[in-house]
Design a binder for this molecule. Sequence first.
Ligand SMILES: NC(=O)c1ccc[n+]([C@@H]2O[C@H](COP(=O)([O-])OP(=O)(O)OC[C@H]3O[C@@H](n4cnc5c(N)ncnc54)[C@H](OP(=O)(O)O)[C@@H]3O)[C@@H](O)[C@H]2O)c1
Length: 339
Amino acid sequence: MSSEASPAASAPTMRAMQFLEYGAPADVIHEARVPIPEPRPDDILVEVKAAGVNPYDWHFYRGDPYMIRATSGLRRLRHPRIAGADFAGVVAKVGENVTNFSIGDRVFGERGEGGALAEFVAVPAENTATMPLTASFEEAAAVPMVALTASSALRDVGKLSPGQSVLVNGASGGVGVFAVQLAKAWGASRVVGVCSGRNKELVLSLGADAVVDYTRENYWEGGEEYDLLVDVQNSQPLRRSLKAVKQDGTYVIVGGGGGKLMGPGGPVMRAMAQGLFKRQRVAAVFAQSRGEDLARVASLIDDGKVTVPLEKVYDWADTTTAMERLESNRVSGKLVVRI
Ligand SMILES: NC(=O)c1ccc[n+]([C@@H]2O[C@H](COP(=O)([O-])OP(=O)(O)OC[C@H]3O[C@@H](n4cnc5c(N)ncnc54)[C@H](OP(=O)(O)O)[C@@H]3O)[C@@H](O)[C@H]2O)c1
């Protein structure tokens, strides 16, 4: 028998936060040593410095909604999955077709298949962008998924025009803090955020013209109608929310709510179906990873028009604590894990 080690055994490895079972983060997410991914021709390999966490992440390690299990495995995952989607770091290798990035560049982006909670991640170059010059790795890692979602809700789906008014329901969470700021940066005449009283100062500090404290007032009963309602939390039936939207206005559902089977997908489909019979336009957001959109957000950050509110930066060893906090649905701004 040969004494040579197999190529797989000698392949360079990295630390990664991985899971194979569904369940609570402390039970299922464990540090593992896995091979460093090899970038494909259109990919870059990024040495991750920080990873942002999103509700998106817990849907996968909880296997909740069950719909997710149809593709990833019924009782347990078919293959181990590395947690995390959002990352910021330094380019360590470029695929042979990549011309717009070089080794050493500071980049940020999102990998929808997971993999950001690791020392390295390989991603299509077109889904990444150069980090804002003024941002730390921790700040940049907090941006991709939520800013891309907010950007899509306002521009691609909401068709926001300068001078319009915008209501953001769920203004203090990850998507909301970017929706408020991007709406202002893109010329909305009035932006109102729905949040609880404890987050009022945060949302006003981001440029909102006013807030509605949902623990004391109903945003659909205030008498004010908006051109665009970005519904991040989907906390009310559509018929109520539409009372706050002008007859020729648009309601955009982002997420929130839903049952064990379909998760947020259920309310999204229900809203779309009900919307067929409403005067207002009703639409949903399915955010895409697009480097060009991220680059647009990066320049707004560098221009000082958008800031990145971080509730907390966690150490690598506290990753599951970050996930537990995320699941509370009480995070103000964003949570990030330092790699
Ligand atoms: N469609 C897409 O492509 C897409 C992309 C990204 C995210 N999403 C979905 O969007 C949703 C929100 O994501 P996120 O990252 O913004 O979540 P998040 O940061 O975890 O949201 C937490 C925030 O929501 C606030 N909140 C909780 N209940 C509320 C209510 N009834 N009314 C108003 N605010 C409330 C909390 O403030 P208080 O504690 O003060 O209430 C907290 O600040 C999730 O369901 C996520 O899955 C969808």
